[in-house]
Structure formats: structure tokens, C-alpha cells
Design a protein around this ligand. Sequence first.
Ligand SMILES: *[C@@H]1O[C@H](CO)[C@@H](O)[C@H](O)[C@H]1NC(C)=O
Ligand SMILES: *[C@@H]1O[C@H](CO)[C@@H](O)[C@H](O)[C@H]1NC(C)=O
Ligand SMILES: *[C@@H]1O[C@H](CO)[C@@H](O)[C@H](O)[C@H]1NC(C)=O
Length: 438
Amino acid sequence: MRSWSVVALLLVAALGWSSALENGLARTPPMGWLAWERFRCNTDCKNDPDNCISDRLFRTMADIVVNEGYAAVGYEYINVDDCWLEKERDINGNLVPDRERFPYGMKSLSNYVHSKGLKFGIYEDYGNYTCAGYPGVIGYMENDAAQFAAWDVDYVKLDGCYAHPSEMDQGYPEFGFHMNQTGRQMIYSCSWPVYQIYAGMQPNFTAIIQHCNLWRNFDDIQDSWASVETIIDYYGNNQDAIVPNAGPGHWNDPDMLIVGNFGLSYEQSKTQMAIWAILAAPLLMSVDLRTIRPEYKAILQNKKIIDVDQDPLGIQGRRIYKHKGIEIWARPITPVYQNYYSYAIAFLNRRTDGTPSDVSVTLKELGLQYPGGYRVEDLYEDVDYGVLTPQTKIKVKVNPSGVVILRCDLQTDDIYASNQYSAYSPLDQVFKVRPNSF
Ligand SMILES: *[C@@H]1O[C@H](CO)[C@@H](O)[C@H](O)[C@H]1NC(C)=O
Ligand SMILES: *[C@@H]1O[C@H](CO)[C@@H](O)[C@H](O)[C@H]1NC(C)=O
Ligand SMILES: *[C@@H]1O[C@H](CO)[C@@H](O)[C@H](O)[C@H]1NC(C)=O
């Protein structure tokens, strides 16, 4: 069945996303581990050696990503965030990693990460300082891009503190230009739109897509359900502007996965993972992998949901229903046939009246109209509903602040042989007309 992916890729190529950044990277949303949400700017290695931002922390996480099955399901990048630097550049203007916490330097850490078969990410800031007050790249862009390439960096997150948002339309492309000039392929993660939105500006997404592989639209995630809810609402409420910007090589970034930390219940953790997959979000875990409980690890390693996130079409999903605390989200995925997509469907219960809610709907009401039907599968519960026609009513029970996520694959056994499909605009298709209540 996976050979459908090839067809889908050809389809996307035919449609042409020619104005996007073409560094060949992030064809699906990047996956990995990122220090920030869990470990922040903890620089106190004397009193808290296990949790401070240090060489040892990143080597340890790289080991676990490989040894405990995360790499096998697709997590690949080990990303340093803020607070890795000395407060001053050296006399030649070069960035210097903190001499006590990164005693072997960044090339050594990068080599270690690569020796594990993983990729290495780093953090800087388009501004005079990073958010935590370390040296920013302004005035040193060519030099810093060359430095990252020399350290064999694979991924650069460029934050936007201590910068003028009005200068970002020029500054982010400029740093991207210098990254490109190094000749080393590096994913470029930008904070460009979020700072402009905060400043009341309207970001130019045409330009952002041309220059960045991913970008932040909204607030930093915090370790709480309230934070996850505000992010879900932001992406739902602004989806008409946000969704069309996503595609292979260029992604909206709703920020890190906080699954396995302190703030989310089990149900809420399942919800974050499911909605991030619907959003075609980068999957960057920010959690202590040494102490994560098995049920949360299982959520992060749920291959069926990761497959939705990594679907080769790269079409971001949308909220298609919201009424009395019940939401339904849908994402078009492969396999594709003629004017029909397969879908991932997430049912979300935001009600606070304390019991599971039944949601009952026909596939047709969800916009799934292929007469040959869909094979429907629950991605958390291992329930196979078999092949359902569009007229079939499905009923799911959704726990408070929880989710049910289904995969509905076009039933295509005869179709693949016939090998006929037509190019058309996916964004005009199923999401346009939708009854607002059912
Ligand atoms: C950064 O520093 C330069 C030079 O001192 C200054 O002109 C500029 O306004 C500063 N930018 C911000 C956002 O403070
Ligand atoms: C640099 O940009 C050119 C033009 O878009 C592209 O073909 C090339 O692959 C880029 N190189 C790197 C290393 O990103
Ligand atoms: C947005 O960016 C594109 C591509 O760089 C550019 O052609 C266009 O003029 C910009 N639009 C505005 C309103 O600045």
C-alpha cells in the first residue's frame, strides 16, 4: 500500500510548490528532541548536574533516542536551544560554547550525535541577543552561518528576541542566504511570523515559505493543558490563513510536544499528539527521556499517529466542526484516488461536565464521500472498524479533554491497478462546504 506515497509525491510535484525554500530538507515535518520546554535555561551544573544545559544532557538524550526506540519510529534531530553560549564572543568575533558546560565544544557534540545516526540542531537569535541574553547573530551573520556549517550542524532554530520585527523581512532571508552559501544543508526554523504578529504586523507568508523550513506562529508552549488548549484554538481559529502555508519543505510549528512531563493528564497527552499530527506539526519532544513513564513513551512512539503526521502529501488538517465543546479535526492523507482523499479524523472533547461524550456522525457528514468506502481504524485503541460506506454512521466515545483519532483509508484495491488520478487543488476540495452541525 505504501507505493501510494509515490503517486502522492508525483501529484504534489505536478501541482508545483516551486516558490518554497528548496534546500531539499524537511519534506515531512522534522522529528526529534528539543531541550527548551523541559530544561529551559538551567545553567546550574554545580547543584543540578543531571538537568543543566550541558554536553552531557544532549549526549544522554541522543543515547536514549537510539536505545529506547525513538529513532526507530522517526525521531532524528537532537536540538540544543538557548543558553549554550558564553556571554561574549571571542576576540575574532566567533561564538563560544560555554566552557564549563560544553567543555569539548560543539563539533565534538555534533560528532557524537552523528555517530548515533542522528542529526544535530542548534539555536541562535536574529537580534542583538538571544532571548536569555547571549550573543545574537546581528552583525555576524555570515560568520555564524559558516561556524554552524563547520560544526556540521543540521538544523538551525533562529529566534527573534532583541530584534526589530520590521527588520525581519530582510534579516531572516539574509541569514538563510548565508546558510545556503555554506553549501551545507541545514533545516531553517524561523520565529519570524510570531514576533511580527506580536508587533501587530501582518507577516508576509509568501516570503516566509520561500526562506524557512518551519516557523512559529504563536506563543511558546508551556507545561500545562491550558497552554495546549490556547495553541489548539489559535490554529483552529486562524486556519484559513495558516493551513495553506504548510507543505513539503515548509511547515507551521505549533511548538514542542510536552507529552510525558508534569502538566498533561494521560488523555490530554493523547490529545496533543493526535492534534499535532493533524496539524502536520514538527514532532519535537521536550521531556526527560530518562524518567518518562511507559504510557507516555507509548504515545510518543505511536507509529500509526506518526504516520499521519508524516504523510507525504504534507497537507495540514483543519477543524471542521466545533459545537458545545465537541470538535472534529480532519486531515487529508494518502492514499489518494481521483478527487478523493483518505483522512485522519480526530474527535476532541473539550467539555468540562465530566463524563465521556458520545459523538455520532456518518462518514459523508465528515466529507468522506468515496462510494467504494473507507477502511476505518482507531489509532490509539487498535479497533478495526472494517470497510465503511459514506452512509455508515460511526459512534465514538470521547473522554473529557481526550481524543479519538481514526484513520480512514480509501478502499482502493482495484484502484491502484487502474492507476488513474487527476491533479486538482486539494484545498478547494472537501473542506469548502461543510454542514456546521450534525
Ligand atoms: C541592536 O543594536 C544596534 C547597535 O547598537 C542598535 O542600533 C539596535 O537598535 C539594536 N536593536 C534592538 C532591537 O535593540
Ligand atoms: C541553495 O539554494 C539553491 C537555490 O535555491 C538550491 O538549489 C541549493 O540546493 C541550496 N543549497 C543548500 C546547501 O541549501
Ligand atoms: C511578500 O514577499 C514576496 C516574496 O518575497 C514579495 O514578492 C512581495 O512583494 C511581498 N509582499 C509584500 C506585501 O511585501
